[in-house]
Design a binder for this molecule. Structure first.
Ligand code: ADP
Ligand code: MG
Length: 703
């Protein structure tokens, strides 16, 4: 069933040849026919619509016009010739310009009042005049008026390709030549029952329609089919991996809930657990007792109490004679976890250790020994935990806080900290939209805490422009007078670190002026400070010795000071939504009414306005994550960039949630009946799956 057609080297295609083939490989990774056919357009222009000259402005995308050429002119020296044509219809005139191929165009276009032309291109503004450079120009004939009534594909190209004539048009011409060769030689990749169930058109038909849609309806069908297929195979892979792991990797069986858990639960739990916390603790407990190795994502909004859930399950590990560790992305956060957990467990006979980059060699050595002897029960730390020298006597559960800072490779490292892999619980810092979670963590089980602890007052969020700063200072003073503490956060984005740093220091200075000693004490924490200096400042704030904490986003994750009730975010427009939500989550942790004030300049982009509005409208992290996904697309969402799963060719996780759900359910259904894809009716799927996962052939070596 292998398709020799699809595997044909691209150089064999009419008008391509070895040189262009080389360029296509280098620029677009197009090696063979199948690569070209799956190089889909990124949009379509409606060639049925004609604009009038007076409607044209530089903001429009590609436009099509119909009219006459009044006058032409060739300008400049031989080598740098330009060709200009004045185009007109009954509403006005505009200029068409060619910087290349001037001679050729001057022969093609003759101003002649009986000739009507169709002009197609992207308008731009030049010296206050609207021009279209390098438009397509066609003389109107009966034939092309018919042809013009179709959706036309637009392809991405690169500068190097454009020079060689392979602009969007050129790529479309290649697609035309290849589509003319398509005739029952593109194999179906999905099973008949899937096609029937979702009324999908065939693979071959969808490929033809995606490049040359007959109608908007057919284009929709083709897009649906190809998106479905793409998401289906990703889900199939994730679910198959999960199935395989569950079959082949045995997990420690935590068979009992014992003394540590029960003692803590009955005597020392500082508050009643929420129902969501109880449910999730149970889900995790059952999973860790099942005999399979747990790989679970714990999702919950900021402040939903994930730490306590993790701790309760860590106690179960101890009850079953295992050690456990908790890894956090920053030193501040590791310190804080260490303090919270040590404090909570003080009445119990449990040894808790802290391992971070700033620990002295001697202290480290001691920790290493205690881990190996089994004396140390719980280890909390940063990346330092990943180092090979960190070895346990018998680790049974690894908890990773705020996963998005860690990569998959690091997760795997933790797997190898015991002869048999420990259970892994990943706590996500910010809620992720379901579509993203299903794709990024589709091979994990997911638990969601969908309830905040009782008695929290929703944080009031307001947006203010910079010129309101004096009023804000007044408000801060009122809050401090009633005993509250305040965060002021500045953006620090790597690319322009120096400038940001200056902003921070200027801000700090103006705040020290407005809030002078001895009445006011101010802490400052930023990334360029040494760990112990940061920690010192942090501690002062935690203890209430300082009322204001000026900081960069190092404060972002997890930091917990319940008495802090005001979060002021400077240059808020420079933060992404999930980061703003994370920062806001630093307040609203106590019983007092909390506030988040977003400060921005007057100059806000459309997206910027939407971000501010979203923040002011809702406190729901999942809702915010959805807006974020729509604004930024999955590739840009925090920390997901490296993930290959998100290199989607046609599907869009912010728009195709419905298709994704259908695809995942179908993959589940098929795997539950036929886990190894051996049934006859699944042979298409099995073949395609094997093709996609066979070691990717290095096509650059062929040719
Ligand atoms: P996150 O999910 O953002 O990591 P934390 O685990 O830091 O949240 O918890 C936030 C705050 O809520 C902490 O101060 C914690 O002690 C408190 N908390 C957790 N669970 C409860 C509960 N069931 N009732 C009251 N407060 C709780
Ligand atoms: Mg947390």
């Amino acid at each position: 069933m292998s398709s020799s057609f699809l595997n044909t080297p691209i150089a064999y295609l009419k008008s391509v040849g070895p040189n262009k083939a080389d360029l296509l490989k280098k620029e677009l990774h197009i090696f063979k026919y199948s690569d070209l056919l799956s190089y889909y357009p990124f949009r379509y222009v409606d060639r049925t619509k004609f604009y009038k000259v007076k409607e044209i402005n530089a903001d429009l995308p590609y436009v099509q016009l119909r009219g006459k050429i009044m006058d032409t002119e060739t300008l400049g020296e031989k080598r740098k010739q330009r060709f200009k044509a004045i185009f007109t219809d009954e509403t006005g005139r505009l200029e068409l310009v060619w910087f290349q191929g001037a001679k050729w165009m001057s022969e093609k276009i003759k101003p002649h009042l009986s000739n009507e032309y169709i002009v197609f291109g992207k308008p731009s503004e030049f010296n206050g005049r609207i021009t279209i450079s390098h438009p397509e120009v066609e003389l109107v004939t009966e034939e092309n008026t018919i042809r013009a009534s179709a959706l036309q594909a637009v392809y991405n190209s690169t500068d190097k390709l454009k020079i060689r004539g392979l602009d969007s048009k050129g790529i479309a011409r290649m697609q035309k030549s290849i589509c003319l060769l398509v005739k029952n030689n593109i194999p179906e990749t999905l099973a008949v029952r899937i096609l029937e169930h979702f009324h999908l058109i065939s693979k071959e038909e969808s490929i033809k329609q995606i490049h040359f849609p007959e109608s908007p309806e057919m284009l929709k069908k083709a897009q649906f089919r190809l998106k479905f297929e793409e998401l289906f195979f990703i889900q199939l892979k994730l679910l198959k991996q999960k199935g395989l792991r569950e079959k082949s990797v045995r997990g420690f069986v935590f068979s009992k809930v014992g003394g540590y858990f029960n003692d803590f639960y009955t005597n020392y739990l500082p508050f009643e657990l929420t129902n969501a916390q109880k449910r999730v603790i149970k889900e995790i407990r059952i999973d860790m007792g099942s005999g399979k190795q747990m790989n679970r994502l714990l999702q919950g909004d900021v402040g939903s109490g994930k730490t306590l859930v993790a701790l309760m399950n860590m106690l179960i590990a101890l009850d079953n004679g295992f050690q456990t560790c908790l890894m956090a992305p920053t030193e501040i956060l590791a310190n804080q976890h260490f303090e919270t957990i040590s404090e909570l467990l003080k009445p119990l006979d449990i040894t808790v250790g802290l391992l971070t980059g700033s620990k002295k060699t001697k202290e480290r050595r001691l920790i290493h020994e205690q881990l190996l002897s089994g004396e140390m029960h719980i280890l909390i730390g940063t990346h330092a935990l990943l180092e090979d020298v960190v070895q346990f006597k018998n680790i049974g559960l690894v908890v990773i806080d705020e996963q998005h800072r860690f990569g998959v490779a690091q997760r795997a490292k933790m797997w190898n900290k015991n002869a048999q892999s420990p259970h892994v619980l990943i706590m996500s810092a910010t809620p992720i939209p379901r579509t993203l979670a299903m794709t990024l963590y589709g091979d994990l089980d997911v638990s969601v805490i969908d309830e905040l602890p009782p008695g929290r007052k929703p944080i009031q969020t307001i947006h203010r422009f910079d010129n309101h700063r004096d009023r804000i200072f007044g408000f801060m003073k009122e809050q401090i007078a009633v005993g509250r503490q305040i965060y002021i956060v500045y953006p620090l984005i790597k690319e322009s670190e120096k400038m940001d740093y200056k902003d921070l220091m200027d801000g700090y200075e103006s705040i020290t002026r407005a809030f002078p000693l001895p009445k006011y004490n101010i802490s400052i924490v930023h990334g360029q400070m040494k760990a112990d200096a940061k920690d010192y400042e942090m501690q002062r704030f935690i203890k209430g010795e300082t009322q204001i904490m000026v900081a960069t986003t190092v404060i972002e994750v997890g930091v917990n000071v319940p008495n802090a009730s005001v979060m002021i975010i400077e240059s808020a427009e420079r933060f992404g939504l999930s980061q703003l939500h994370q920062l806001r989550g630093r307040v609203g942790r106590g019983a007092e009414q909390s506030y988040c004030i977003l400060m921005t300049s007057f100059k806000l982009s459309k997206d910027g306005i939407l971000r501010m509005e979203t923040m002011c409208r809702t406190n729901d992290g999942f809702e915010i994550a959805d807006v974020d996904l729509k604004l930024r697309g999955p590739g840009d969402m925090s920390g997901t960039v490296q993930s290959g799963v998100l290199d989607l060719n046609i599907a869009d996780l912010s728009k195709d949630a419905q298709i994704l759900h259908s695809a995942r359910n179908m993959a589940l259904e098929i795997l539950s009946e036929d886990p190894d894809l051996q049934m006859m009716e699944n042979s298409n799927i099995a073949y395609q799956f094997a093709m996609m996962n066979s070691n990717k052939t290095n096509w650059s070596r062929i040719s």
